[in-house]
Write a protein that binds this ligand. Structure first.
Ligand SMILES: [Mg+2]
Length: 261
């Protein structure tokens, strides 16, 4: 069996470092099992949240929504997304035409396998982010832009993430790549995937969807739930037996293989 964990919100509190008790529990898991991480963040951010000795003991780390993959610090693959000119022009038009008046710079950020796009700009201060986020909630600008861009460029996935931006990437350049890689590399091993955003709009959804019939998904509310399940596992518990809610969840998400909540 292989463990695959989302990082932020699943192994750590949101945007914070891994808590002390979790580091102890996780080190024990690493000593007994194959462990992979699949984060939406880049490796630099993951290193800020997870202690170095833990990262070095993981069997592999998928970063940037599995558009990058490292084993033992060595890059195994990296996806590039080079958008066509028409898309970039369209994004520039949106920056010019938005009724939101503040622009802070760094509106189109190129990352491995995707573009991160923001009207207010990634140089926004905390206060500027909050202000845009509040305005966007009322005016639904990001949602409207997502709909427009999807119609404009077929074959792209657009995801509203964080407070101020949207992610634009070719369909399939998401965390499903981590699951598909593990299925190929370990065809006989079930994958146990833990994520805090396996809901339809969350960034763990694509990974959960890519799982096969012998795999399991654990949609945890927060890292404390993950910690509780891992402790149970380390004491010899069968994680597959923690699924009293499986039927409800299957109805909720119309997905197979849901275990616990
Ligand atoms: Mg998460």
């Amino acid at each position: 069996m292989i463990f695959l964990f989302d990082v932020d919100g699943t192994l750590t509190p949101p945007r914070q470092a891994m808590a002390d008790e979790m580091t102890t529990v996780f080190r024990e898991v690493l000593a007994t099992s194959k462990v992979f991480l699949a984060s939406g963040s880049d490796l630099k951010k993951i290193k800020e949240q997870v202690p170095a000795d833990i990262l070095s003991k993981c069997d592999g780390i998928f970063s940037c929504s599995a558009n990058q993959f490292h084993i033992g610090g060595e890059l195994q693959y990296e996806n590039q997304f080079i958008p066509d000119e028409k898309l970039v022009e369209q994004l520039e038009k949106l920056i010019e035409g938005s009724p939101y008046s503040i622009r802070t710079g760094n509106h189109i950020e190129y990352r491995p396998g995707m573009i991160n796009f923001s009207i207010v700009g990634r140089n926004a201060s905390m206060a500027e982010r909050k202000a845009y986020s509040k305005w966007d909630e009322k005016n639904q600008e990001r949602k409207r832009m997502a709909v427009l861009l999807m119609a404009f460029v077929p074959g792209l996935d657009i995801k509203i993430g964080g407070q101020i931006s949207i992610d634009i990437y070719p369909s399939g350049y998401d965390k499903s790549q981590a699951v598909n890689y593990l299925k190929k590399s370990y065809p006989d091993e079930p994958i146990f995937f833990f994520g805090d955003r396996t809901d339809r709009h969350g960034n763990d959804y694509s990974a959960a969807q890519a799982l096969g019939s012998k795999d399991r998904v654990f949609p945890v509310r927060n890292y404390l739930k993950t910690q509780e399940l891992l402790k149970f596992y380390l004491q010899g518990g069968d994680l597959c037996l923690t699924n009293q809610l499986v039927t409800n969840l299957m109805q909720k998400y119309t997905m197979k293989n849901y275990v616990n909540l």
